[in-house]
Design a protein around this ligand. Sequence first.
Ligand SMILES: [Zn+2]
Length: 416
Amino acid sequence: MGSALNPQRTIEELKELRRLTGDENGAQRVAFTPTWLKAREFLKQRFEGLPVETHIDAAGNFWATLRGEKKQELLMGGHIDSVPNGGWLDGCLNVLAGVEVLRRIYAETKGKPPVTVRVVDWADEEGARFGKSLFGSSACSGNLDMNEARALTDKEGIRLPDALKQVGIDFERVKESRQELKNAAAYLELHIEQGPVLLDLNLPLGAVLGTCGVERHAITFRGQAAHSGSTPMNRRKDAFLAAARMGPEIYKIAERNAPGVCTIGSCTTKPGIVTSVVEECRITLDQRHLDAKQLARMHAEAQVASERFAKEGGCTVSWDRIWHIAPAPFHPELIQFCDDAIRETCGKSHRLPSGPLHDAAEVCMAGVPTVMMFVQSLHGISHNKIEDTKEEHLAMCVEAFDRLAEKTIKWILAKS
Ligand SMILES: [Zn+2]
């Protein structure tokens, strides 16, 4: 294998896509916009001349299918949409690498692979316009909350169902896309890491263990407003002080539950004036872990700490859950194949969880054996025009991803 694979072509296509759909501020492929449609057209053109069927499913996901001898399917996916002013690799690397692997399989099997091979471009992974990420893949997995999604509006007040209608999608039928997964035997997704772990280890590639579960809460401490001049320090019920003590505490919680992560991302105070002790302080807490038990423990530890800080400060505290999602651990055998493919390509592999969510989490939760491969991100940054990966690493990831696909096909055949 390998001779028909041309990773350099993927790099050229990524650059061409950047020219077509980016500007001086970065990628502009926001879902359901004309630029996104242009990117999709570019993707569709990649399959011209191949005996590949393409269609858009009920949720707006794009599928390209190369029929094989068996109906069992190998799926490779990603998202061609970007955030506004996004990077040149996030999402589209995944899809275009899938295209290259499909071409290699086509060439080597004379157009008749042993299993059916499909490339999927999930619609609106980023959720940049409506604030709901993983739209297409969550519709397909069945996890999309229809009532919540029906009520979403963009900043112009346009409702999600109306925006979908503009691009030919009937919101009420999006979950019919579930049928796309009925023969899915495995799902593979390549992605830039978007973080600094592989960079710090000086490794090009990593095998992803799963996507972390998330607990996201608002925590409100209530004390008493009082004059900043006349109230002695020992008489205050300072809601800010109680909330602020959570700051160092979450670092201890994360350390006790390594490699979990905790973030206090926002803090608002009332009355919020310079001459008053804070009466009410609301902070948000985002906690992530690949292990469900440890995630639950991180959450419980934060709750206990908040109650202690409230009590010690003469305040009260209340918690409101903003959002949560369970961890999605990937398939152990596929993780092993991913590790092997990486080692065969560049000598050394590393296993790591994904803090960010990906479409792969939805496919995994739908019960399809899933794994992701990460390639190093320079600067450890994405969702920014400075997002970048060394070209030699891009070439390596296409090669390793291809090896992973080959191993997975053999695995599907052995099982069927
Ligand atoms: Zn992405």
